[in-house]
Design a protein around this ligand. Sequence first.
Ligand SMILES: Cc1cc2nc3c(=O)[nH]c(=O)nc-3n(C[C@H](O)[C@H](O)[C@H](O)COP(=O)(O)O)c2cc1C
Ligand SMILES: O=C(O)C(=O)c1ccccc1
Length: 386
Amino acid sequence: MANWSDFQYEIYLNGLTGAVPRLPADLTRLGEMAERRLGPGPVGYVAGSAGSGATERANREALDRWRIVPRMLRDVSRRDLSVEVLGRELPAPLALAPIGVLSIMHPEAEKAAARAAAARGVPFILSSASSTPMEEVAAAMGDAERWFQLYWGRDREVTRSFLSRAKAAGFGVLVVTLDTPMLAWRPRDLDQAYLPFLYGVGTANYFTDPAFQAGLARPVHEDMNAAVLHFSANFGDPGKTWPDLAELREQWDGPIVLKGVLHPDDARRAADAGMDGVVVSNHGGRQVNGSIGAADALPGVAEAVGDRLTVLFDSGIRTGDDVVKALALGARAVLLGRPYAYGLGLDGQAGVEHVIRCLLAETDLTLALSGCSGPADLHPDLLVRA
Ligand SMILES: Cc1cc2nc3c(=O)[nH]c(=O)nc-3n(C[C@H](O)[C@H](O)[C@H](O)COP(=O)(O)O)c2cc1C
Ligand SMILES: O=C(O)C(=O)c1ccccc1
C-alpha cells in the first residue's frame, strides 16, 4: 500500500486545478467549525465533558508534556504503519472509537462513519448505543474489520442477545466499556437539558432486540416513553464486579478488550480474568472529572501488563505526534473519538475519511522526520518531559 503521507501530495496536486480541501488539515479546528455549522444541542453533546472539563484538559496536557526528540540519518525511505492487533493485521495503529448516537451529527450516522473506516481499512468500533442497528452497519461495511462495543447492562438476556447478534453480523472483537455504568455530571448537556436518548436516539440495537422487547409491557412503537425508560434503566449496571467477567468470557469466543482502565492493578485483573486487551481511556474526559490524564496513566498500565495484554489508548488524540507519543508510551494502537464525529457532522463519509487520512498522513510524516520507519521503532526513549 502507498504511504499514508501521499495524501499530502494529493492535496497539493489537486490545488493545481484550484481545489482546496473542504475541511482543515489541522484536526483541532474541526470542533469550532462544527460549533458554527451544527446545532448547539448535538455539538454540545459531542464536545462536552464531565464537570469543569479539568480531565478533558488534562488529556491534552498529559500528551503535551511529552516532547519528541527526533533522530537523524536513519534511512526512513521505506515506511510501514501496519501493526498486528489482537491477531489482526491493521494498515495503521488506529481504530475509530465507539461513539453512540451519531445520528445527531449526520443522517447517515454510523453507516457513513463505518464506510469511511472500511474504505481506509481502519477498524470501526460500533457502540451498543448506536442510532443504527448493528446488522445494518455490518451490511454497509462488506467484510471490513468491525468490533462491537458493549454497554454491559443489567439484563443478562439482552447482553447475551447482543453478543450473538454481533457475532452473527461479523463483529470480531468485543470491547466492554467499564467506565460508564451511568452518565457523569455533564454541565453542558444539563444547561441545555439535552439528552439524545430522550428522543429515542441511541436505542436502535435495543429496540430491535427480542430480549429487550420481552422486557416491555407493550411494543416499542405503542409506548415509546416506556421503552426509553426501560432502556435508561438497563443500559448500565453499577453492580457489576470482576468475577462477572467470567460470564462474558464464556459467551464470546473472540478477543475481549476492557475499555476505561486507568489503574495498573485493574489492568492486571483484566489479564487474570482472561481478557485479551485494555483501552487506557478516561472516556475523553466525559466521566470522572478530576481523573488522571489518560496519557499519564498509559506508562503504568503498559509496564504492568504490556507483556500479557494488548494495550490500546484513547482520550485526547488529535494529531500525528499524539499517535507517535501514545505508541512510544506503550500503546499498540490508538482510538480516535471526537474528531471523526465532527468530520461526520461536517461532511458525512467524506469528512470521516478526511480525518482518518490527515491523522495518518501526519503520523507517517512525524515518524519519518523523527527517524522511525514504523510503530516497532517507537520506544519511550524517543520522548522527553517538557
Ligand atoms: C459523543 C460521544 C459519545 C460516546 N459514546 C461512547 C459509547 O457509546 N461507548 C463508549 O465506549 N465510548 C463512548 N464515547 C467515548 C469514546 O469511545 C472515546 O473514549 C473518547 O471519545 C476518546 O476521547 P477523544 O474524544 O478525546 O478522542 C463517546 C464519546 C463521545 C464524544
Ligand atoms: O456520551 C457518552 O460518552 C457515552 O458514552 C454514551 C453513552 C450512552 C449512549 C450514548 C453515548
